[in-house]
Write a protein that binds this ligand. Structure first.
Ligand code: FAD
Ligand code: SF4
Length: 510
């Protein structure tokens, strides 16, 4: 018997492993405490993985493949990958061991060590999921200190022949329509009711709870909203392409108190679990654009393609170029603990209350909530990136370290000192008010820097720049911030910085 191990985020039914049924091959999948307990995960995240793994295992078994699936509550479950693999190798008297290359450094190290010591001939094969090799980004930027996403993105468009002509130039004459993707949502275009799948996952929730797994957030176990099967994931993709893509780019950066998902795709879980392939996602969206007779314009499709073949593959490349050192980067030396209300949403700041409660309710927040609300606040307030990482890793359904840490520590917290971002993503209330309807309903005053009810973002923003002057004032992209700060009347500046100090002294009461 040859044993082939599949991790919970390797649910790729089109992998060559499944091209034909082989009698002497046993596929192994397992639910283990090692994976539920390494961070405090959202209940919906744990459920989504287990439900997706079970559906995948059942589908392969129905095709005739031999599958051994270990549930969390199986009496034979040793609750670690290595423990279970050793036991199964013995039980089946396996003669060969194979696994697909993990996307997480931690698991990569563990499986390599296990394979080397298991006493069998072994191999590690590609997952056939990404469009890039692990090393591709590092090779493209060899000798460079920063990795410019735009350069990587153009390389991807050219290499994969996506929306380029025979000479490798963009078919619409322009590479990037980012400037057209910054509209505030004004309610004129109706937001489609988000597609929901309604699976009954009560049994999985009961098992997780009775095993005593610590989880965060809420779940409606009789109507689980997220796609976990291949069929549901394709339906989610179709829904996005038909109903959301025509407005995706325009409202990509918008924030709304009323609409938690706006025109976003909500396919990051099936993508990261490899139920959907990035190429099929991009091809489906481009086909819709080509057949849309102009109802989907270039700014929408280009904005979407950039996320999938640009940002997503780019983050993976950064991860493999920078790990394991990336996980401990803390450029600003930030050390404050995360305010307690990050786990409850109980804050008077309306923008943060919405972003955190949305996250606790569904294990999801869209990109701008993550970047410009929770991430923005954490950076301005000087929260320790380890704590920020733990929060993002636990709370989102789509959070797997390769894409979580690069977005959080890199893009959002600038803890890598500028490998991913050319400047920190921070703002005052001015930006949040421009892009959202949060400020009108807030207990804080978006206009005030100091004094009663002053919006915390306003003073914290200037405090951040003042305290990190030595690290930031030479950055050509943020000279304007220092010019404004230096032009501020001394009294105004002193009161603003003092207000920030007051807030920083007791973040839990904001
Ligand atoms: P859409 O906005 O509809 O975008 C479509 C797809 O593009 C996404 O599904 C995703 O696969 C891809 N994409 C878009 N932006 C990015 C990006 N910056 N990096 C990688 N892929 C991207 N994404 C994760 O998949 N897992 C994470 O753990 C994660 N953590 C994040 C943490 C922070 C602080 C920030 C700022 C962003 C994070 N992102 C993460 C990126 C992004 O926010 C999510 O991919 C997106 O919100 C998922 O929702 P969606 O499918 O509706 O995305
Ligand atoms: Fe957020 Fe400040 Fe606006 Fe309130 S006023 S919603 S805290 S930005």
């Amino acid at each position: 018997m040859r044993l082939r191990f599949i991790l919970g985020d390797q649910l790729n039914a089109t992998h060559p492993w499944f091209d034909q049924v082989e009698e002497d091959v046993l596929y192994v999948l397992m639910e283990v405490r090692q994976e539920t307990d390494y961070a405090p995960h959202h209940i919906q995240k744990v459920v989504a993985f287990f439900a997706a793994m079970r559906a995948f295992a059942a589908a392969r078994a129905a095709e005739g493949h031999r599958v051994h699936y270990l549930q969390l509550d199986d009496p034979d479950n040793r609750q670690t990958l290595a423990g279970n693999l050793s036991a199964l190798i013995d039980a089946y008297q396996a003669t060969h061991f194979a696994y697909q290359l993990p996307d997480e450094y931690r698991l990569d190290q563990e499986l390599k060590a296990f394979a080397a010591s298991c006493g069998l001939p072994w191999e590690a094969v590609d997952t056939h999921h990404f469009l890039t090799r692990r090393e591709e980004l590092a090779e493209l930027f060899v000798g460079k200190k920063t990795y410019l996403m735009e350069r990587f993105y153009r390389h991807m468009r050219q290499q994969h022949g996506i929306m380029v002509d025979a000479a490798g130039q963009p078919i619409t004459g322009q590479w990037n329509y980012d400037a057209d993707n910054r509209k505030r949502y004004d309610g004129k275009v109706p937001v489609p009711e988000p597609i929901s799948f309604g699976q009954d996952v009560t049994e999985i929730v009961r098992m997780i709870r009775s095993a005593g797994v610590y989880t965060i957030g809420e779940i409606d176990s009789e109507r689980f909203i997220w796609p976990v099967t291949r069929q549901e994931s394709l339906a989610a993709l179709d829904f996005f392409v038909e109903k959301c893509l025509p407005w995706f780019g325009h409202y990509q950066d918008a924030l709304s108190a009323e609409h938690w998902s706006l025109f976003h795709a909500r396919i990051s879980f099936p993508l990261n679990a490899k139920i959907l392939h990035p190429r099929e996602v991009v091809d489906r969206a481009i086909a819709a654009w080509e057949g849309s007779a102009g109802t989907i314009d270039i700014a929408q499709i280009e904005g979407f393609v950039r996320q999938i073949i640009g940002w997503r593959e780019y983050m993976r490349g950064v991860y493999w170029a920078q790990m394991p050192g990336y996980a401990t980067q803390n450029y600003f030396g930030h050390e404050r603990p995360l305010p307690e209300w990050f786990w409850t949403g109980d804050t008077r700041m309306n923008c943060l209350r919405h972003a955190i409660r949305d996250s606790l309710d569904r294990g999801y927040a869209h990109h701008i909530q993550r970047l410009m609300v929770t991430g923005n606040f954490a950076l301005l307030a000087g929260i320790n990136p380890d704590e920020v990482d733990q929060w993002y890793l636990g709370i989102y359904l789509d959070a797997i370290e390769w894409v979580e840490i690069t977005n959080t520590r890199g893009m959002s917290q600038f803890a890598d000192g500028g490998i991913v971002g050319t400047k920190p993503y921070v703002s005052t209330a001015n930006y949040l008010d421009k892009m959202s309807d949060y400020c009108g309903g807030c207990s804080y005053d978006k206009k005030r820097r100091h004094g009663a009810g002053a919006c915390p973002f306003n003073s914290l923003y200037w405090h951040f720049y003042e305290r990190h002057r030595d690290k930031l004032d030479k950055n050509p992209r943020i000279g304007y911030a220092y010019r404004t700060l230096d032009r501020m009347k001394p009294d105004e500046k002193a009161q603003t910085l003092a207000q920030a100090e007051t807030y920083l002294a007791d973040l839990n009461t904001l």
